[in-house]
Design a protein around this ligand. Structure first.
Ligand SMILES: [Zn+2]
Length: 573
């Protein structure tokens, strides 16, 4: 799981987040499964799940991947190479086929690192006076271009409200205005006061900073400044400082539209800046809460120049395919994914440990995908659709491997039935519930509920819907190309424990271990919940692979249009 922005430094700030955010989170009862209505999952499938998804199958790979010898699996390191070789070798041993062209198990790509030297003070010329914003205290910015020097020359600032174009909500903040070369000043979040508009309080992709910068780039803008407020971001200014102040990581630039500068400013600084030209921030914000809003030129101009130090490392996704048994459906695939990277070697913790072992995050996800892949391969009859076990790289750097795969998929997007992503794992024992982060978005909900019920468990929605967890692990890269995802997180209702116990464990783990060297395998782990979670993923994968039709988004979902484009491109369905 990427933090708000791939930094391990948010831990203390986000201590209340439900951690192990990406877990395959179900837990349930084998005993209950045996006695409950199991009609949707044939006995042979449940038997294979129980035979191959075991503590030994999970613990061995976790011990190996999180060991000191793998040095934290930082992208481009020897530990990264060893990790990939291990995963590829395991898939080969299970009878999977290489997933990529020319018999390749790996899909290499470069990660570009950008370290920007921003000016101490960013000057703006208002109607009558000059205003300076101070680096870190007032503004934070990152380069939008992968070049050694970048400049913006006498650009005008334009307030564009939320900066959103969403035809499904009949919302367009730009109204055809010519914004080429401008600096767009934008609010964070999306309209959240009406449950029928942008899903109310639930933050959609339109409300995330990645969307804001992409939206501004599509307008041909030179830059964008997002106005930070703690409620609209979901985190305080310090998080913006720590996550955007250092090196940024990206895929190599392609031919997509790019801004020159991607900035944030504090609400106080922006209020001061706007006042210099006779504008009132509160009035502008109020005017943006309407479909009739039009961009407001602010009468403020700015120039900016900065330099970048660029670096590049190569890493790779690893994938293997279990070909489908149905001649018609084998061209379609269910993708089981887990990211294999972590932070490598870095700042030491209090004990002096410098290795970021990433045992939960995400050696445990890799181990679960391996066990699920094995259980599927061992079935007496192969699933109808093909299965792709995909271990993506560079997740902690910003979902880079899954984004690269989505841009260069080994199966066309319109042939990818679903993504089941596993990021983290339950190490505290069995739960009666499962948190389905993707709940409410697609027909996969029904699959999850059927299988969970067969295990005697209930499915619960994302317990922190304003935090956007759906957009913070690799399933999001698949959603963007229209592929519906099944993505669970830990349940919180632990068998044999008091009501609040699970939440306490999760919060304490996040505070002390999440994205820190202490995320390592130890004797305290209880694998019972993780085993049942992975079994749930395996049985769900099987059901998706067997169904006559591919899963569908709920009508009006933010990613439905991408699916329609992908299907049209394939001429399928
Ligand atoms: Zn992580």
């Amino acid at each position: 799981m990427v933090a708000v922005r791939e930094s391990r430094r948010f831990v203390t700030i986000l201590r209340t987040a439900a951690l192990i955010l990406g877990a395959a989170a179900l837990a349930g009862s084998v005993a209950a499964a045996a006695g409950a209505d199991n009609s949707t999952v044939p006995a042979a499938v449940a038997q294979s799940a129980h035979a191959f998804i075991t503590r030994a199958a999970l613990e061995g790979p976790i011990r190996f991947l999180s060991s000191d010898l793998l040095e934290g699996r930082g992208p481009g390191t020897r530990g990264d190479q060893l990790t990939r070789l291990y995963l590829q070798t395991r898939l080969e041993g299970m009878g999977y086929q290489p997933a990529f062209a020319n018999g390749a198990w790996q899909q290499p790509f470069d990660i570009v690192g950008i370290r920007s030297q921003m000016p101490r003070s960013w000057h703006f010329q208002g109607k009558t006076e000059r205003i300076d914003l101070a680096w870190r205290d007032d503004y934070i910015a990152a380069s939008g271009l992968q070049s050694e020097s970048v400049s913006v020359d006498d650009a005008e600032l334009v307030f564009v409200g939320y900066g959103i174009q969403a035809p499904e909500f009949k919302w367009d903040d730009f109204k055809g205005a010519n914004l080429t070369g401008k600096i767009l000043v934008m609010m964070n979040n999306d309209p959240d006061w009406d449950p029928n508009l942008f899903a109310g309080k639930r933050r959609l992709y339109y409300g995330r900073w990645t969307y804001k910068y992409e939206s501004a780039a599509r307008q041909g803008a030179a830059g964008a400044i997002i106005i930070h407020t703690t409620p609209s971001a979901g985190y305080p200014w310090q998080v913006v400082q720590s996550s955007w102040g250092g090196e940024q990581f990206e895929l190599p630039a392609g031919n997509e539209a790019r801004l020159r500068v991607k900035a944030w400013a504090t609400e106080e600084a922006m209020r001061r800046l706007l006042k210099s030209s006779g504008h009132d921030l509160d009035k502008l914000v109020a005017s943006a809460r309407s479909r009739d809003f039009k961009p407001v030129p602010l009468g403020i101009r700015t120039s900016l120049a900065f330099t970048n130090k660029l670096s590049s490392v190569q890493t790779a996704n690893v994938g293997g395919v279990l070909p489908g048994s149905d001649a018609g459906l084998a061209a379609q695939v269910v993708v089981l994914s887990a990211h294999h990277d972590h932070f490598g070697i870095g700042e030491p913790d209090a004990s002096g440990d410098r290795i970021y072992h990433g045992a939960v995050d995400n050696a445990s996800g890799c181990a679960q995908v391996l066990a699920v892949a094995q259980a599927l391969a061992a079935l007496p009859e192969r699933p109808r659709r093909s299965m792709l076990a995909l271990f993506v790289a560079g997740e902690e750097r910003g979902l880079l491997g899954s984004s690269y795969y989505a841009q260069h998929p080994s199966f066309p997007a319109g042939h990818i039935a679903a993504n089941i992503n596993i990021d983290g794992g339950n190490i505290f024992g069995r739960t009666r519930d499962a948190t389905l982060i993707s709940l409410g978005k697609s027909s996969l909900d029904e699959v999850a509920m059927r299988v969970a019920a067969s295990q005697g468990r209930v499915v619960k929605p994302d317990q922190f819907p304003d935090r956007g967890y759906y957009y913070r692990s690799d399933q999001f890269a698949f959603a963007r190309i229209g592929v519906p995802a099944l993505f669970f997180s830990n349940g919180t209702d632990y068998v044999g424990r008091p009501a609040n116990w699970g939440r306490q464990q999760i919060e304490e783990w996040e505070l002390k271990k999440y994205h820190q060297p202490g995320d390592r395998l130890d004797g305290s782990w209880n694998f019972d919940g993780m085993i049942e979670d992975a079994q749930l993923d395996m049985m769900s994968a099987w059901l998706i692979a067997q169904a006559d039709a591919m899963p569908t988004w709920k009508p009006g979902d933010e990613f439905e249009a991408a699916r329609k484009r992908a299907l049209a491109a394939q001429g399928s369905q």
